[in-house]
Ligand binder design. Structure first.
Ligand code: ADP
Ligand code: GN1
Ligand code: MG
Length: 362
């Protein structure tokens, strides 16, 4: 795209500022607007989010709710949640003639994200996601569109993997036999969380569903977690999805796409730090059954993410953005390595959860 094309998009939001690429997400395309940046311009990935109207209704309703809550508790809504800009017609995104959907929101200045955690930083992000969960506890779930149906239905994700293998669009299924075997060997556990929700054993909540460390902005000045971002997957779900997704990314000793699996381990200090801070933040609202399922949440969401990367590799890299060959396969392998690590130290995981429960949920 050239500068004129960006100007044309920005003019719909009554802005005229320079645009530069930004961010590291796998789904949307993100740009900084202004120098120093004042806004974020984002192209919504409409292959993934097929209903941009429903998506933007969700995020504007959720941020409106959060604004009120943050203001009521004496916080700064301009920095602690996202603020979307309407176009001249009052819509919260602009659909260009070529069908692309663009949105603009305020850049939160003097903030940064992390791609890797320390126990202190990770505890900060747990606190932020726990607080986020609490602030949305009275948000009417029936107002939300399901932006990606069955997003964290691990059994359905396994079926999608099965389909990818059957179609074998890329011809790559033959080279990943051991990864496929790893996923299917755990098929019997895949439905644990969804079944617990369906039978009412654990509550359906409004959850974030994409709780990667880099979806929390940290304040440059205090280095405390400031703002939960990337709200596209806020939907009814289980708190175990949020907990599990945070751990699969943040408690790894290596990057999500590390090629040397020797470097990839599930770090128990990080696991402990996150679990303690999460239970502290949710004390009084998290249920006994949810606590008991925390290790399962960590394992299943990690397994699920591995299956999604593997399916995408077999489908020919059509969902997650890649920057090099085999990146999705490497991503799948790191997730499976983390699952194997968790399984080998399952007792330790349970002990850490029990310790956190004793300390913070009396
Ligand atoms: P994706 O869906 O592609 O992951 P995100 O919404 O997470 O997109 O944005 C990508 C990156 O852009 C974030 O990790 C963060 O670094 C930066 N970012 C997003 N929103 C803001 C904001 N309001 N202020 C400052 N930086 C932001
Ligand atoms: C995607 O958009 P981003 O990069 O924050 C994905 C998540 C995955 C994650 C893996 C809508 O998140 O579900 O866990 O990549 N988002 C969507 O890194 O599929
Ligand atoms: Mg993101």
């Amino acid at each position: 795209m050239n500068d004129r094309a960006y100007s044309e998009i920005l003019s719909r939001f009554s802005l005229d500022l320079p645009v530069n690429p930004f961010g590291n997400g796998h789904i949307n395309s993100t740009f900084r607007v202004g120098e120093p940046p004042q806004y974020i311009l984002q192209k919504i990935n409409t292959n993934v989010f097929t209903d941009p109207d429903g998506l933007m209704e969700n995020v504007t309703a959720v941020t409106e709710h959060l604004r009120k809550k943050i203001a009521a508790e004496g916080g700064d809504p301009d920095r602690e949640t996202l603020t979307f800009l309407p176009t001249a017609t009052g819509a919260y995104y602009y659909r260009a003639e070529n069908g692309e959907c663009w949105r603009v929101y305020r850049f939160v200045g003097d903030s940064h994200v992390y791609e890797a955690a320390t126990p202190e930083l990770f505890a900060q992000s747990a606190k932020a996601f726990g607080h986020f969960q609490k602030l949305l506890s009275d948000f009417p779930a029936d107002r939300l569109h399901e932006t990606i149906p069955r997003f964290h239905d691990t059994g359905a994700r396994l079926e999608q993997l099965r389909e990818a293998i059957a179609k074998n669009k890329s011809g790559r299924a033959d080279e990943v036999g051991s990864e496929i075997e790893f996923a299917f060997a755990r098929a019997g556990e895949a439905d644990t969380i969804v079944s617990a929700l369906q039978t009412g054993k654990i509550p359906l909540r409004v959850t974030h569903n994409d709780t990667k460390l880099n979806n929390v902005l940290f304040d440059d000045r205090t280095n405390r977690a400031l703002c939960v971002i990337d709200l596209d997957t806020v939907m009814p779900g289980s708190l175990l999805y949020d907990y599990g997704d945070a751990l699969r990314f943040g408690a790894s000793t290596a990057a999500e796409d590390e090629t040397d699996l020797e470097k990839v381990r599930f770090d128990f200090d990080l696991f402990r730090a996150y679990t303690n801070a999460y239970l502290e933040a949710l004390s009084g609202s998290i249920t006994e059954r949810e606590i008991a399922l925390l290790p399962t949440g960590a394992k299943l969401i990690t397994l699920e993410c591995g299956m999604r990367f593997l399916a995408d590799y077999i489908n020919g890299d059509v969902y997650f953005r890649i920057h090099r060959e085999k990146q999705n396969l490497d991503r799948a392998r790191t997730q499976f390595k983390l699952v194997a690590d968790m399984e080998s130290k399952w007792d330790e995981m349970q002990k850490i959860v029990a310790g956190a429960k004793a300390a913070f949920c009396k």
